[in-house]
Ligand binder design. Structure first.
Ligand SMILES: [Zn+2]
Length: 432
């Protein structure tokens, strides 16, 4: 952690002094070499100097690192208890840490991807001297030990990160993922981008040669000018066959954020067009006649060719009506979304955690993984939409958008949109 560079410098200052002393000693011995025995005695006295001896002892101690640090990022299924239990400290110390966390109101909920930092003093019995927990991208809480205290003090601090808005654009080559990675865009941002467009775009069939995208997103930079994290997508545009699909991030109510097109329509739909991680799908242009890709009347479904194990998402909120063997469809899941729509997902290699008949699922929740079970020529997702009991082409469905901004909200959106457009032209000018 770069935050401690200054402290480290302090710890090393003893070495700098030693080097200075050594240089002086060498110089003086060189200059006075031919001088009398008196001076030799003096030099011996210098080496016997009690202060120098003490310094040497301290240096030797410092050769074993006094402090060790651990960085950890919370994962799904973690608890404060499980994280603390993995530390190599006494039970009593663990309890002190846990109590400190539990008594802090801002740490009531442990989220996924929360960053932890622990610092230990290896020369003390009470090892933990400091730990930090990130509460959000810009804030963290530091717990530290004041002398001889059983309780840790805490302090909320603003991190020294600077938020930077980044603009990137490119033509999509084989897949969105590869094109974006080549531009240096973080994988999390690409996956989120594909998820947002998954409502209206079929990432396997709708991407053609020369299609392109633009994106503005947040990056967090530390004092050494290194990217430490990425934040939200602010704006994106996917240009498909010369049609712009723009999306603007907008907070329409306090803490209620969604993405809207330029007319203030939410991009969210009841069902997704690509219920799979679209970023990784390779576009099928050039091989559009591939037998398992594409929609035919006989087939009555849409196939997404993807590697085995690629997560499959529930295309809309609903209730699982089947999670089991479907004959030719192999392992399949059926979801009833409302009185009109049902969806089917076939050939799965395995089901998502907890997915069984009767369970309610949310849009975007992982319900299974791509496989090649049943009658299948290779790993792919077979996706069907059933409208009023009839199989329909999921890729031609015209679904109403979730929310349309009106009145005051619409006015604020227009202002926000103009600001983003201005920001975009600024960033484009800077980039070129
Ligand atoms: Zn199929």
């Amino acid at each position: 952690m770069k935050v401690f560079d200054y402290k480290k410098l302090k710890e090393y200052s003893i070495f700098i002094w030693l080097i200075i002393i050594t240089i002086i000693t060498i110089l003086s011995s060189a200059i006075f070499r031919q001088n009398t025995a008196d001076q030799n005695i003096k030099l011996k006295e210098t080496l016997d100097n009690i202060y120098l001896k003490k310094t040497l002892v301290e240096i030797t101690n410092n050769l074993q690192p006094r402090y060790s640090t651990i960085n950890y990022t919370s994962k799904s299924g973690d608890t404060y208890q499980s994280i603390i239990d993995s530390l190599d400290i006494s039970k009593k110390e663990k309890q002190i840490i846990l109590n400190s966390i539990l008594s802090n109101k801002s740490l009531k909920i442990l989220n996924i991807n929360q960053k932890f930092f622990f610092k230990f003093d290896n020369l003390l019995n009470q090892k933990i001297i400091e730990f930090k927990i990130e509460t959000d991208k810009k804030n963290e809480i530091v717990f530290f030990r004041t002398e001889n205290s059983e309780k840790l003090q805490s302090k909320k601090i603003k991190k020294n990160y600077t938020k930077k808005l980044v603009y990137k654009e490119t033509v999509i080559t084989d897949s969105l993922y590869n094109s974006a990675i080549n531009l240096g865009i973080n994988a999390n941002v690409i996956i989120e981008f594909a998820r947002l467009y998954g409502f209206q775009v079929d990432f396997q069939r709708d991407i053609w040669k020369e299609d392109s995208f633009q994106i503005i997103y947040e990056e967090f930079i530390n004092e050494n000018n290194e990217i430490v994290d990425t934040g939200e997508i602010i704006f994106a545009n996917l240009n498909l066959q010369n049609t712009d699909l723009q999306l603007y991030r907008f907070e329409y109510k306090k803490n209620k954020i969604d993405f809207f097109d330029e007319n203030g329509k939410s991009i969210k739909k009841t069902l997704m067009k690509t219920p799979i991680n679209g970023a990784r799908l390779s576009s099928s242009y050039g091989k559009r006649k591939h037998p398992i890709l594409g929609y035919t009347k006989m087939h009555t479904g849409t196939d997404f060719a993807a590697p085995t194990g690629t997560p499959i998402m529930a295309s809309g909120d609903g209730k699982v009506t089947k999670a089991g063997w479907c004959g030719g469809g192999g392992n399949c899941v059926k979801i009833k979304h409302n009185t009109t729509y049902q969806t089917v997902y076939a050939h799965m290699s395995k089901f998502g955690r907890g997915i069984k008949k009767g369970v309610r699922v949310r849009q975007g929740q992982i319900i299974g993984y791509v496989g090649s079970t049943g009658m299948s020529t290779g790993p792919h997702l077979h996706y069907e939409v059933i409208e009023n009991g009839k199989k329909v082409n999921s890729q031609k469905l015209k679904l109403p958008s979730g929310k349309v901004l009106k009145g005051e909200e619409r006015k604020r959106f227009e202002v926000s949109k103009i600001k983003i457009d201005v920001l975009k032209s600024d960033l484009i000018t800077k980039t070129n």
